[in-house]
Unconditional design. Sequence first.
Length: 95
Amino acid sequence: MAIAVIMDFTGATLDQYDQVVRSMGLTPGGPVPPGAVFHWVAATGDGIRVCDVWETRDEFERFAQTEIGPKTAAAGITEPPQMTFYEVHNTLGGK
């Protein structure tokens, strides 16, 4: 079942986010990692919010462990994000 995950990174900046995305080899508007369906990011009053939809929670968890955790730390984001998960009922658009 598809899941949505909202990640709030308190204290993080969009510049740090851009550094993380570049280190993952991803580009704005480019393809998403295997298992990812949708992604967006925005600045908040106290950091950044990243919202993703993944085909399964297991695929997200693997990506978080191998990519998100190490690469956010390398970009100077020292606090792990607060994460909220939801089961996805429907998506529209895309391919």
